[in-house]
Structures are given as structure tokens and as C-alpha cells.
Design a protein around this ligand. Structure first.
Ligand code: FES
Length: 130
């Protein structure tokens, strides 16, 4: 069992991409992790183009461990420019793989990023109905 972070995890932790908040976001997903008490928020700005709903912008805030920051940053990169249907399919393993792997005990951090994005998409769909 590896307890080391990959080079990529360290890079994304030290220089996270898409960190921050979107003021006019039309979907927000906030999730708390019962295992460690950490919190992650994902903001999305979805725009319709040729009948498709595209994630034009996405940002995150994370109050947690290095893996929480790296995985939430990575999911923003994976989801940007995708349709909401495609983005919903991004799983914790896709995030971990894109980061060059994660120690097993840190997979729950990746799961948190996956859930936060799904919640943001659900929130966008809910808001749209009103
Ligand atoms: Fe809390 Fe990683 S230990 S999110």
C-alpha cells in the first residue's frame, strides 16, 4: 500500500487550478465528508449551446487535506467544456487516475469531489425548473 502522493497530486495541491468562486454560478454543490469533517464546494456556470448544456466555467473551494484540494482541482479540469451528461459520468477513479494515482486511504477525498460535482449539476437542474 502506497502512502506517498504522486508528483501530480503534489503539483495540483501546491498550484491548484480553478480555485475560487463563480459569483453568477447557476449550480452549486457543497459536500461534507463524514470521515474527516472536511468540506468541498463546486460552482458551475452552465450555458446552452446548440441544444447542449455545457459547463463553460467551474471553480472549487476546499477546506481539507492535500488530496481534497488536488482532486477537486482535477475534477474542475476534467469537467470544463463538457456537457452536463458527460460531466455526471466522471468518477472518483477517473480523478485519481488523472492524478497519477491516490493512496487507498485517500480515495474518499476523490469521492467527495465526484459527489460535489454531481450535486452542483443536480442543483443546476433543480434551479432550471423554477
Ligand atoms: Fe478529508 Fe481528504 S482527509 S478530504
Amino acid at each position: 500500500m502506497t502512502l506517498e502522493y504522486s508528483k501530480k497530486v503534489k503539483e495540483y495541491f501546491l498550484h491548484p487550478k480553478n480555485m475560487g468562486e463563480i459569483k453568477d454560478a447557476n449550480g452549486i454543490g457543497k459536500i461534507g465528508n463524514p470521515i474527516c469533517g472536511d468540506v468541498m464546494v463546486i460552482y458551475i456556470k452552465v450555458e446552452k449551446k446548440k441544444g447542449k448544456e455545457i459547463i463553460k466555467d467551474i471553480k472549487f473551494k476546499a477546506f481539507g487535506c492535500a488530496a481534497a484540494i488536488a482532486t477537486s482541482s482535477m475534477i474542475t479540469e476534467l469537467a470544463k467544456g463538457k456537457t452536463i451528461e458527460e460531466a455526471k459520468k466522471i468518477g472518483l477513479r477517473d480523478i485519481a487516475e488523472s492524478l497519477g494515482g491516490l493512496p487507498n486511504i485517500k480515495m474518499h477525498c476523490s469521492s467527495m469531489a465526484e459527489k460535489a460535482l454531481k450535486k452542483a449539476i443536480e442543483n443546476y437542474i433543480e434551479e432550471k425548473k423554477e
